[in-house]
Design a protein around this ligand. Structure first.
Ligand SMILES: NC(=O)c1ccc[n+]([C@@H]2O[C@H](COP(=O)([O-])OP(=O)(O)OC[C@H]3O[C@@H](n4cnc5c(N)ncnc54)[C@H](OP(=O)(O)O)[C@@H]3O)[C@@H](O)[C@H]2O)c1
Length: 253
């Protein structure tokens, strides 16, 4: 089997996996954070779980980039920079910014995320840096690239700001939950997910490739069911939860 045949098979499998995940996560939420429940095997500290499972999203692109002949291509460098902006933050800053002390997650969740991160990063990095068509410098002025980069940056700031609001809800040592307020929490329960989805939609637009689309679809398959579950959980848990607040899209859903 050639690498391209393997690549195409894995890419097709990813879209099927996204469809399966989307349907099943509505019924069986991933057991971490507020949805963590007993019966999912051994656990590890949540902070180390986050670092470990996100690490492939930093290492795999850098290795593939280092092995490629496109290291001096400006477009490729910008797309890598966007990816690393998100994943250096997610892997090395986020786990220390959020109040996770004393929290655990099932080892199984971290292991599954670790291996899916290897897969989706392989697909995107190999395509961008070696297997896919090269971008000419004219792509820098293409509306898809410009709108994609703008969406990504907007989503990144929204994701960071929303996580910042969550991080400040707990005082040192606290582990419970409160109603988040301010920012886009005025209108939706999960602006951190909305930001993340805007980021990967923008990145897919800027890359204009099937692997990048697979990642945007995969992220939506994970985050849309969880946004519904988080929203319902807030409504069940707080009598004074703002009635007009939606799950993910202001005024709509
Ligand atoms: N691309 C993808 O496919 C994908 C998939 C999953 C997650 N993510 C991203 O990863 C990040 C974290 O995801 P997540 O599902 O863990 O988000 P989350 O449920 O909103 O939790 C984020 C952090 O805030 C804390 N928190 C949440 N709500 C709180 C409240 N009401 N009061 C006090 N603390 C609260 C959580 O504590 P606890 O852990 O104690 O609940 C956790 O430390 C998000 O930015 C998300 O977009 C991306």
């Amino acid at each position: 089997m050639t690498e391209l045949q393997f690549f195409d098979g894995l890419l097709g499998f990813w879209f099927i996996m996204a469809a399966v995940a989307f349907v099943s996560l509505f019924w069986l939420p991933a057991p971490y954070g507020r949805m963590k429940r007993a019966g999912w095997g051994p656990e590890l500290p949540a902070r180390w779980g986050w670092i470990g499972m996100e690490l492939p999203a930093v290492v795999v692109p850098l290795v593939c980039f280092g092995l490629s002949a496109r290291m001096d291509h400006l477009v490729v460098g910008i797309l890598l920079g966007m990816w690393l902006l998100h994943y250096l933050q997610r892997t090395f800053v986020y786990p220390f910014r959020m109040r996770m002390s004393g929290k655990t997650m099932p080892f199984l969740v971290a292991a599954l995320a670790f291996f899916t991160n290897i897969g989706i990063n392989y697909l995107n990095a190999r395509w961008l840096y070696t297997l896919g068509p090269e971008y000419s410098s004219a792509w820098l002025l293409d509306p898809r690239f410009l709108i994609g980069v703008t969406l990504f940056l907007f989503g990144f700031v929204l994701n960071l700001h929303s996580d910042h609001i969550l991080a400040n809800l707990r005082k040192p040592g606290e582990t419970g939950y409160k109603v988040p307020r301010g920012g886009l929490y005025r209108w939706i329960s999960c602006p951190n997910y909305a930001g993340e989805l805007l980021e990967w939609t923008g990145w897919a637009l800027a890359c204009w490739s099937l692997p990048a689309l697979a990642f945007a679809v995969w992220s939506a398959a994970n985050l849309v069911p969880r946004a519904r579950e988080n929203h319902r959980w807030y409504q069940r848990s707080f009598d004074d939860y703002p009635a007009g607040r939606k799950a993910l899209i202001p005024g709509v859903w």
